[in-house]
Design a protein around this ligand. Structure first.
Ligand code: DOR
Ligand code: ZN
Length: 346
C-alpha cells in the first residue's frame, strides 16, 4: 500500500476567483496547492478585452499573499462583439491563454454570452489560425430542452457543427458531466480535450435531490445519473491525455446558495487534492493522478508541466474547514460525503 505520493505540482484548468473581497478570501485556497489556473472571465461586467484581462490579472496578483507562488492564466469572455484583432494581440502578448464561450443564459453571469454562433465565426477562425484554445460551457439554453439533456444536445447541435465549420480550432469541453461528453472527447482527435471537476467524480444527481434539497451540491452543468458519474471516473482515472482537471471551484456566499433561487456553483478549492487522491485511491488508480492533475492539462495547452512537486500522504481522516470566511459571510466548502485520508504535506 502506498502511503506517500509525490506528483508534479497540479494546475486547475477551470477556476472561478471572482473579484474584490471574495477574490482575497478564496485565492489562497487554490494557490496553496496549485501552481497555475485558467481563470474564468464571468465577472460582472465580464472580462472581454485584452486590457480588461491584464487589469484582472494584476488584481489577482495583488491579492496573492506574500510568499505564495501562483500564475493566473487569463481568459477572455467571448461576446458577439469580440474583436478578432484584440484577441490575437492579447494572445501574442501572452496576456490570455484561452477564450471562453458561454451560450447566453447558460449559467452564472452569462447574459453577455453568445446567442448567434455565426456572429463569432471570425473570432473562431482567427483562434484556429493562431492555435488559441476555446473553452466551452457545453449546454444549450433553449427552455424546451430538459436540463439533464442540455450537454448531450449541445454536442450535436452546437459543438460538433462549430468544429466542423472551423477546422483546426482547439477546444476544451469544460466540466463534462455525461458519457456523451466523454465519448465525444475520446473520439474527437487531438484538437479536443475535456476537463472534469472534482465534484462530478463524486456526486450524482441524487446528492442534490434525495432526502431534501441540497443546494451545496447544485452547480451547472448539473450532476447527472450514476452511469454518467461512472463514465467520468473511468475517463479521469484512465490516464487518457484527453482528460484533465478543471475543478470549476465556484464560490458563492452560503446564504445565496441556501436561497429561494440558489446560485449554481460548488466551492472545492480547499479540499480538491485530498478528494482527488481519495477518488483515485478508491479506483486503484493513484498512478494516474499525476497525469490527470499535473501533466495532461499542460500538454494540451502546450505549456511545460510544473517543475515543483506536491506530496500527499495517507493517514487518519484529514480535518478541513467547513467554510471559508469572507467579509460578506461564509462560503461553504464541498463535502464529498466520505472521510478524506490523503493530506497535502506542507
Ligand atoms: O456551477 C457553476 N458555477 N457553473 C458555471 O458554469 C458557473 C459557475 C459560477 O460562476 O458560479
Ligand atoms: Zn465554471
Amino acid at each position: 500500500m502506498t502511503d506517500l505520493l509525490t506528483i508534479r505540482r497540479p494546475d486547475d484548468w477551470h477556476l472561478h476567483l471572482r473579484d474584490g473581497a471574495m477574490l482575497a478570501a478564496v485565492l489562497p485556497e487554490t494557490a496553496r496547492h496549485f501552481a497555475r489556473a485558467i481563470v474564468m472571465p464571468n465577472l460582472v461586467p465580464p472580462v472581454v478585452t485584452g486590457a480588461e484581462a491584464a487589469a484582472y490579472r494584476d488584481r489577482i496578483l495583488a491579492a496573492l499573499p506574500e510568499g505564495m507562488g501562483f500564475t493566473p492564466l487569463m481568459t477572455l469572455y467571448l461576446t458577439e462583439e469580440t474583436d478578432p484583432d484584440d484577441v490575437a494581440q492579447a494572445a501574442k502578448a501572452g496576456l490570455v491563454t484561452a477564450v471562453k464561450l458561454y451560450p447566453a443564459g447558460a449559467t452564472t453571469n452569462s447574459a453577455s454570452g453568445v446567442r448567434d454562433f455565426d456572429k463569432v465565426r471570425p473570432v473562431l477562425e482567427r483562434m484556429a489560425e493562431i492555435g488559441l484554445p476555446l473553452c466551452v460551457h457545453g449546454e444549450v439554453t433553449a427552455s424546451e430542452v430538459d436540463i439533464f439533456d442540455r450537454e448531450a444536445v449541445f454536442i450535436d447541435k452546437v459543438l460538433d457543427p462549430i468544429r466542423r465549420a472551423t477546422p483546426g480550432l482547439r477546444v476544451v469541453m469544460e466540466h463534462i458531466t455525461t458519457s456523451n461528453g466523454v465519448n465525444y472527447v475520446k473520439s474527437g482527435g487531438p484538437d479536443i480535450a475535456g476537463t472534469i471537476t472534482t465534484h462530478h467524480l463524486i456526486i450524482n444527481r441524487n446528492a442534490i435531490l434525495v432526502g431534501g434539497i441540497h443546494p451545496h451540491y447544485y452547480c451547472l452543468p448539473v450532476a447527472k445519473r450514476e452511469e454518467h458519474r461512472l463514465a467520468l471516473r473511468r475517463a479521469a482515472t484512465s490516464g487518457d491525455p484527453s482528460f484533465f482537471l478543471g475543478t470549476d471551484s465556484a464560490p458563492h456566499l452560503t446564504r445565496l446558495k441556501e436561497h429561494t433561487c440558489g446560485c449554481a456553483g460548488i466551492f472545492s478549492a480547499t479540499n480538491t487534492m485530498s478528494c482527488l487522491a481519495e477518488v483515485f485511491d478508491q479506483d486503484a488508480a493513484l498512478d494516474h493522478l499525476e497525469a490527470f492533475a499535473s501533466l495532461n492539462g499542460p500538454a494540451f495547452y502546450r505549456l511545460p508541466p510544473n517543475v515543483a512537486r506536491l506530496t500527499l500522504s495517507r493517514g487518519d481522516p484529514v480535518a478541513y474547514p467547513a467554510t471559508i470566511e469572507t467579509p460578506d459571510g461564509p462560503v461553504t466548502v464541498f463535502d464529498p460525503g466520505f472521510p478524506l485520508h490523503w493530506r497535502v504535506d506542507a
